[in-house]
Design a protein. Structure first.
Length: 267
């Protein structure tokens, strides 16, 4: 019996499957070269692929266009979805700030544009909506502190079925903090159109320059988009282990490769 996916394997074993469709990207070279993945296309400014599959920005920005995505999050249907983005923490600029992401719903300017920025040793979250100005989250600026500048920093933002937005921050595979919005300033009546990394969003978004820098220095290591489900801590660790295998998993992989090579030599 052949098992084609992790979800199918879990179903066979009698385990519950909480996630719907997923798109996992750990090698951005083909996307940067113009080949879409699951209908997601990428355009970038001052972006180069790294030797390990990541994507490096040198005072640049990325635009993941979702309009052709096979499983584009449809917020009209009250559908939950999550997006995970993983960065090399040592490449982020804490002094002037590095925009981790900003997301745009709909095609109009300021259509639910919100995101997170790494600055002054913390992850800051803000958005622009009909009642918000300059990307602030109400009258406060919620921040998750990050200690040190090594390892991988991941942000997982989730749109829940009740139109809240949750932001979870991980250092390597451990969660270090969460922020929850009430969704009051985000227009969820549209679909997710653009996911920006390293840039503030559209050229018309002048009101959020205080929250999202127009370009950044950073290295994006991987990303996963989940539709029809919410990425909890267990699901995040499954994604992260694909990106950075645990030592035991890596050792087993090397052992399996060695056995395979030995069998081929004997044959």
């Amino acid at each position: 019996m052949k098992i084609k996916s992790i979800s199918a394997l879990l179903a066979v074993l009698g385990c519950s499957v909480s996630l719907g469709a997923t798109t996992t990207i750990t090698d951005f070279s083909s996307l940067l070269g113009g080949t879409s993945q699951d209908g997601i296309s990428l355009s970038g400014t001052n972006a180069t692929a790294t030797g390990t599959g990541g994507l490096s920005l040198n005072n640049g920005s990325l635009d993941f266009t979702m309009t052709g995505a096979t499983n584009r999050p449809n917020v009209n249907a009250g559908q939950s979805f999550s997006v995970a983005l993983t960065f090399d923490l040592s490449t982020l600029d804490s002094g002037t700030g590095s925009t981790l992401f900003s997301a745009q719903f709909g095609t109009a300017a300021y259509a639910g544009l919100f995101g997170a920025q790494y600055k002054d040793g913390g992850v800051h979250f803000g958005y622009w909506g009909t009642t918000r100005t300059e990307g602030k989250y109400g009258t406060t600026d919620p921040t998750i502190s990050v200690t040190g500048n090594t390892g991988n920093l991941s942000v997982v933002w989730t749109k829940t079925s009740d139109n809240n937005v949750n932001l979870d921050v991980y250092l390597d595979s451990g969660k270090i903090g969460s922020i929850t919005s009430n969704g009051g300033g985000i227009n969820f009546s549209k679909q997710l159109e653009h996911l920006f990394v390293g840039g503030k969003g559209t050229t018309n978004s002048t009101s959020i320059t205080n929250s999202f820098t127009p370009s950044s220095n950073l290295t994006l290591e991987g990303m996963q988009i989940v539709t029809g489900g919410v990425m909890d801590e267990e699901a995040f660790k499954n994604y992260y282990n694909q990106l950075v295998p645990e030592p035991a998993t890596a050792s087993l992989s090397l052992l399996g490769l060695s056995v395979l090579m030995l069998r081929r030599r004997r044959s």
